[in-house]
Design a binder for this molecule. Structure first.
Ligand code: ATP
Ligand code: FE
Length: 347
C-alpha cells in the first residue's frame, strides 16, 4: 500500500508519501515560523491562510519527489483534528477533493495518533508500548496497544513543556524557539545553584505541571535583577540549567511510574521537546532501570510532519476504517476517545 498524508493542524503545512513497508518516499514540511515571528505565537488567521496557499504545492512536491501520480496511490490520509480549525479544514477539504477526483479511499487521522504511531513507522516497534508525547502543545503518557487503542495515563494539568521552554527563553531574553536556546545556554550552567520546585512529585499518578516551575524561574530572575541591577551571563546559564534539570527530573519520575504501571517493554518519545539531550539521557536511564527499550525517532519525525499521518492512515485503513465526504474537522479530539465512533461519524 502507498498513501498520501496531509497535515495542516498547527503551524506546519506538510505532505508525504509513505509505503506500508515503512518506506518514506517523500516528506515535505513547509513551516510558518517567520510568518508568526512578530506576534510571539501562532496567529490562527495567518496560519489558516498560509495553509490554504501552500497545501497544493506541498502535495505536488511530495508526489513529484516520490515519482508517483495520485492514480498510483492506494489512499489519502488527512489530519482531521485536533488543532486550529482553519488549518484542519483546509487540509480536510483538499483531501476530500483529491479523493473525489481520484476515487481513492479517504481516511481521517487524529494528529496525536500520528505522533503516537510514529515509532511503528521509524522502528517497526510491536504493540504494546509506552509513548511520552512532549511538544509545544502537548504532554501526555499514552499506553499504545493497537492502531486505534490508546490509554492516557496522565499528562500536564497546565502548560506543555515546550511552551514552558519558550516562555523561559522569553523571560531571559533568549531567542525563540526557546527549547534549543535554553538547552544551549544551560550547557555553561550549574543546575543546582537555584532551588527550583519539582511540581506534583508528591502526588501519586502520572500527571505533570509546568506553570509553577516557570513562575519560580521568574521570581529568581526578578530577585537577581533587583539585587544586582540585571542578569549576568552566568545567571542566565544557571537558571536555564536549573529549569531544564527540573523538567527532566519530573518527566523521568513520572515516566518511571508509567512504565511500572503498564509493564511496557518499550518507551518511545515524540514531540519537539524530545530533542532535549538532558531529557533523553534521563529517560534512557529510567527505561534501562525498568528493563524497557528506549526509542527516540529522528527529530524531523518527532515534530509535526505528514509522514506520520500517512502511516497512521495506512494502519487505520488496514484496520478497516473508511471515511466519507461527511468527514468532519474536529478542533478538539481527545485520543482516548478514538475508538469506534470515528468511523466516518465526524463529531
Ligand atoms: P504540537 O505538535 O503539540 O501542536 P508544536 O508544534 O509546538 O506542538 P513541536 O513542533 O513538536 O510542537 O515542538 C516544538 C517545541 O519543542 C517548541 O516549544 C520548542 O521550544 C521545543 N523544543 C525544540 N527543541 C528543544 C530542545 N532541544 N529542548 C527542549 N525543547 C525543545
Ligand atoms: Fe504535533
Amino acid at each position: 500500500l502507498t498513501f498520501l498524508g496531509i497535515e495542516s493542524s498547527c503551524d506546519d503545512t506538510a505532505a508525504a508519501v509513505v509505503r506500508d513497508d515503512r518506506d518514506i518516499l517523500a516528506s515535505v514540511v513547509a513551516g510558518q515560523t517567520a510568518l508568526h515571528a512578530d506576534f510571539g505565537g501562532v496567529v490562527p488567521e495567518i496560519a489558516a491562510r498560509a495553509h490554504a496557499e501552500k497545501l497544493d504545492a506541498c502535495v505536488e512536491e511530495a508526489l513529484s519527489q516520490a515519482g508517483l501520480r495520485l492514480a498510483d496511490l492506494d489512499g489519502i490520509a488527512v489530519t482531521a483534528g485536533p488543532g486550529l480549525i482553519g488549518g484542519v479544514l483546509s487540509g480536510v477539504m483538499l483531501a476530500k477533493g483529491l479523493a473525489i477526483g481520484s476515487g481513492l479511499p479517504l481516511i481521517g487521522v487524529n494528529h496525536l495518533a500520528g505522533h503516537a504511531l510514529t515509532p511503528r513507522l521509524t522502528d517497526g516497534v510491536a504493540y504494546p508500548y509506552l509513548m511520552l508525547l512532549v511538544s509545544g502543545g502537548h504532554c501526555q503518557f499514552l499506553s499504545v496497544t493497537g492502531p486505534d487503542s490508546f490509554t492516557r495515563l496522565g499528562g500536564t494539568i497546565d502548560d506543555a513543556p515546550g511552551e514552558a521552554f519558550d516562555k523561559i527563553a522569553k523571560l531571559l531574553g533568549l531567542p525563540q524557539p526557546g527549547g534549543p536556546s535554553v538547552e544551549a545556554a544551560a550547557r555553561a550552567g550549574n543546575p543546582r545553584r537555584f532551588a527550583l520546585p519539582r511540581p506534583l512529585l508528591d502526588r501519586p499518578g502520572c500527571d505533570l505541571s509546568f506553570s509553577g516551575l516557570k513562575t519560580a524561574v521568574l521570581r529568581q530572575r526578578d530577585d537577581l535583577a533587583a539585587a544586582q541591577g540585571g542578569l549576568h551571563e552566568q545567571d542566565r546559564a544557571d537558571l536555564c540549567a536549573g529549569f531544564q534539570a527540573a523538567v527532566a527530573d519530573v518527566l523521568a519520575e513520572k515516566t518511571r511510574r508509567a512504565l511500572a504501571q503498564t509493564g511496557a517493554p518499550v518507551l518511545a518519545v515524540a514531540g519537539g521537546v524530545a530533542a532535549n539531550q538532558t531529557l533523553r539521557a534521563a529517560l534512557q536511564t529510567i527505561a534501562a532501570e525498568a528493563g524497557a527499550a528506549f526509542l527516540a525517532p529522528p527529530l524531523r519525525l518527532c515534530t509535526d510532519n505528514a509522514a506520520m499521518i500517512a502511516w497512521a492512515g495506512i494502519e487505520a485503513y488496514n484496520a478497516g476504517q473508511r471515511d466519507g465526504m461527511d468527514l468532519a474537522a474536529r478542533p478538539r479530539w481527545p485520543l482516548d476517545q478514538n475508538a469506534a465512533p470515528m468511523l466516518g461519524a465526524g463529531k
